[in-house]
Design a protein around this ligand. Structure first.
Ligand code: PLP
Length: 365
């Protein structure tokens, strides 16, 4: 069966890929227990550390699995039933951290936020001086498009001696992240978000403290054991057959970013997001948060009779344009437009042409 190709994809992963990266995906897969592949993996590690501003002595594990594999590997690898975690739960990805802790029997307290709400000092105040040991946050809660105040969270963690785990899966390369300045122990990302290659590889950057802890502890997962990943990574290898083709694509992408300059790559995403937000302001939608990530813009139709999901369907069926629908209670109320991946302002032009056609027909009002 063939799936029809979308003309334009504004989903938040998988995202549009550059031609040269797609072409790499069509290449034969090389044997990987070789010095060449090890060198490529070492380069991947060096560049990931550089781009998140990791401390000296930080390490990177590349896991074969989507972003959730990185979330589970780090939570299960660093914490146990003797810990007590704080989790920011502002949407489906915050909720996912809670579910991972449930499965692994790790005690936690969730800070629940409403849709689009940002985290403020008063949300953290009740937990000041508590007996918590770790803090899990999705820097960008992709399901609602909210970017959390990371410096505020980092200060709270420092004051309260909490190990900070940052899920930057959708925000890496969209919003500035400085792992060393935040004092974070873990930063996560995945191949199919702003790295804009095929889905299937997730990245776990670990501080020297986290590396030490992982090396000293017994594994609770076999396949997602970070110690095995780090030990093998010392020689540029992985414990099992990795997604070799995606790691090769990732290498080209990381090298391209280095050549372009990381700040320039980041600025590109920001420019596409700002262009979109500036132009969408005159349409009858409300920006669904006051603290948006550059990765994605969450929007609610002002007209209660216009279903967000119906808009997704019309754009897909009539224009071959994918915007990102929401599920559950938010299905009719919220849709999202992603800005990560190989997007340009020209892509925004095409989306606005489609929106204008729908305004002219009275579908959007
Ligand atoms: C996409 C994403 C994930 C991981 O989702 P997968 O489907 O497992 O790749 C985790 N957290 C955030 C914030 C994300 O945007």
């Amino acid at each position: 069966m063939e799936i029809k190709k979308d003309h334009l994809n504004f989903a938040v992963g998988p995202v549009p890929m550059e031609e040269s990266l797609m072409a790499l995906g069509a290449e034969p897969i090389p044997y990987f227990r070789t010095a060449d592949f090890s060198a490529l993996m070492k380069e991947n590690e060096r560049l990931m550390k550089q781009f998140v501003h990791a401390e000296e002595g930080a390490r990177v594990a590349f896991l074969t699995g989507s972003g959730t594999a990185a979330m589970e590997a780090s939570v299960a690898g660093l914490f146990s039933k003797n810990d007590r975690l704080l989790i920011v739960n502002g949407g489906s990805f915050g909720h996912r951290f809670c579910e991972i802790c449930d499965v692994h029997g790790i005690p936690y307290e969730a800070i629940g936020l409403s849709v689009g709400e940002s985290l403020k000092p008063e949300h953290l105040a009740p937990y000041e001086g508590g007996d918590f040991t770790g803090f899990l946050v999705n820097m960008g809660e992709t399901s609602t498009g909210v970017l959390y105040d990371m410096p505020m969270i980092a200060d709270f963690c420092r004051r309260n001696h909490l190990s900070l785990v940052v899920d930057a899966i959708s925000t890496f390369l969209a919003d500035e992240i400085d792992m060393a300045a935040l004092g974070a122990d873990v930063v996560l990302t995945g191949s199919q978000k702003a790295l804009a290659v095929a889905p299937g590889v997730s990245v776990v950057v670990l501080s020297p403290r986290a590396v030490e802890k992982i090396y000293a502890s017994k594994p609770v997962c076999y396949y997602l054991d970070l110690k095995a990943a780090l030990v093998n990574g010392e020689r540029g290898q992985t414990p099992f057959t990795p997604a070799v083709g995606i790691l090769i694509q990732l290498n080209k992408r990381l090298c391209d970013i280095e050549a372009e300059g990381f700040e320039n790559a980041l600025a590109k995403t920001r420019a596409v997001a700002e262009d979109f937000r500036c132009r969408i302001a005159k349409y009858p939608f409300v920006l669904a948060t006051d603290s948006p990530s550059n990765a994605v813009t969450p929007l609610t139709p002002k007209n209660p009779d216009l279903s967000a999901y119906r808009l997704f369907e019309i754009l897909k069926e009539e224009f071959d344009i994918i915007i990102c629908p929401n599920g559950g209670d938010l299905k009719d109320k919220l849709f999202r437009v992603g800005h990560i991946g190989h997007h340009t302002i020209k892509d925004n032009d095409i989306l606005f042409e489609a929106l204008d056609a729908l305004v002219a027909r009275g579908v959007i009002s």
